[in-house]
Every structure is written in structure tokens, then in C-alpha cells.
Design a protein around this ligand. Structure first.
Ligand code: GAR
Length: 199
């Protein structure tokens, strides 16, 4: 399965996918890594693995729609079977979803539909939750609202900070993302309403 990974930051999720894809039995080839900004560790990780990279900055386009269309065209050049948002901190728009809507997944550090948006770890702590986690889902036009593929829970400890909790979530998230992407590579999937079925 040809995979394009979109990133904005550290890229530890990307690294987990790159590590797993070294094994031919995993069935996944990361064919490109795209970012919305330069100078991030995630792009350096891709380059160290010899994976082609590209950058599409929103600010380089007159408006968001043109950026979205350019991003979709750039990703399409790599003919991916699956596109993964792995810490990509931008919402895509209409053109991107038309091109990749049934094969674009995201991972989010909360148990959706709790705490969508930009600060899910901080929000779970502030709410006083004792459990949070991570969700892998197919992206739709909403913010973190798409059909859920898998979720895993993480306990919140009284002494947790946003950083310590996020790091524990990311440990679970890396394992879950690698497993889900492996399953998507080996099985076909259908999305019916909110239900995702793998066969
Ligand atoms: C992950 O926790 C991912 O779920 C989150 O950014 C982190 C990326 O970590 N994404 C979002 O919050 C998107 N809403 P990484 O850069 O170390 O892979």
C-alpha cells in the first residue's frame, strides 16, 4: 500500500510508520512526506529514511482554497492508496476531501467525540477527566468528526502535566496507528455512515 504522510511537527508517529515499513511483510511503503511548514523534525526524519518530502505553506497562496487544491494535487502526484495525517495541524478543504475522502485518516490525542480541536490534551486535563486516549478515524468535512476506526484509552494521573500526558498518549497512539495502517494495507475497507468495516 502506497502511503503519503502529512506532518507539522516532531514526527514521532511518522517515525513509527517508517520503522514498521522497513519490514516487507508489513505491506506499507511511505512514498512521500508532506508538511505545511519547513524546518521541522518530521521532515528531517523522512529525509534520513530517504523518503521524498514536499512543503505546501498556506501563506504561499492567495487563499485557503488554492492551498487546499495545491496540496491535493501534490499528494496525488504520489498516487497514494492511503493518506495519513500524523500530527498535521491543518484542516483540509473540499478539493482534498473530494480526492482522498475515503482514504484519508487522522490520529487525534483524545477519545473522540470528547475534546476535538487544537488542545485535546490540555482540555481533558482542564475538564478533570480521569481517562483520555487516542482515536484513529477517517477524515470528513468536520473538525475531528469522521468515522472512527479504532480508539485506545490512557489513564490520567493526578500529577500529569500536558506534556507528560501527551507523551503517554503518543506511546499508545504510535502502536495503534502502526497496527491500524497495517490492517488497512492487508484488508479492504468500507465506510457506511459512521461504521468502518475491514474485511
Ligand atoms: C499526536 O499526538 C497527534 O495525534 C497530534 O499531534 C501529535 C503529533 O506527534 N495531532 C493532533 O493533535 C491533530 N489534531 P508527533 O509530531 O510526535 O508525531
Amino acid at each position: 500500500m502506497r502511503v503519503v504522510v502529512l506532518v507539522s511537527g516532531t514526527g514521532s508517529l511518522l517515525q513509527a510508520l517508517l520503522n514498521a515499513s522497513v519490514d516487507p511483510d508489513y505491506g506499507v511503503q511511505v512514498v512521500a512526506v508532506g508538511a505545511d511548514r519547513a524546518g521541522i523534525e518530521a521532515l528531517a526524519r523522512a529525509e534520513r529514511s530517504g523518503v521524498p518530502t514536499f512543503i505546501e505553506r498556506v501563506g504561499d497562496y492567495p487563499n485557503r482554497q488554492l492551498w487546499d487544491a495545491a496540496l491535493a494535487a501534490r499528494v496525488a502526484q504520489f498516487q497514494p492508496d492511503l493518506v495519513i495525517s500524523a500530527g498535521f495541524l491543518k484542516l483540509v478543504g473540499h478539493d482534498f476531501l473530494v480526492a482522498f475522502g475515503d482514504r484519508f485518516i487522522n490520529t487525534h490525542p483524545s477519545l473522540l467525540p470528547a475534546f476535538p480541536g487544537a488542545h485535546p490534551v490540555r482540555d481533558a486535563l482542564a475538564y478533570g477527566n480521569t481517562v483520555t486516549g487516542a482515536t484513529v478515524f477517517f477524515v470528513d468535512a468536520g473538525t475531528d468528526t469522521g468515522p472512527i476506526i479504532e480508539q485506545r484509552a490512557v489513564s490520567i494521573q493526578p500529577q500529569d502535566t500536558e506534556a507528560s500526558l501527551h507523551e503517554r498518549i503518543k506511546q499508545v497512539e504510535r502502536e495503534m496507528l502502526v497496527e491500524v495502517v497495517g490492517r488497512l494495507a492487508r484488508q479492504s475497507w468500507t465506510i457506511t455512515g459512521r461504521n468502518v468495516t475491514l474485511r
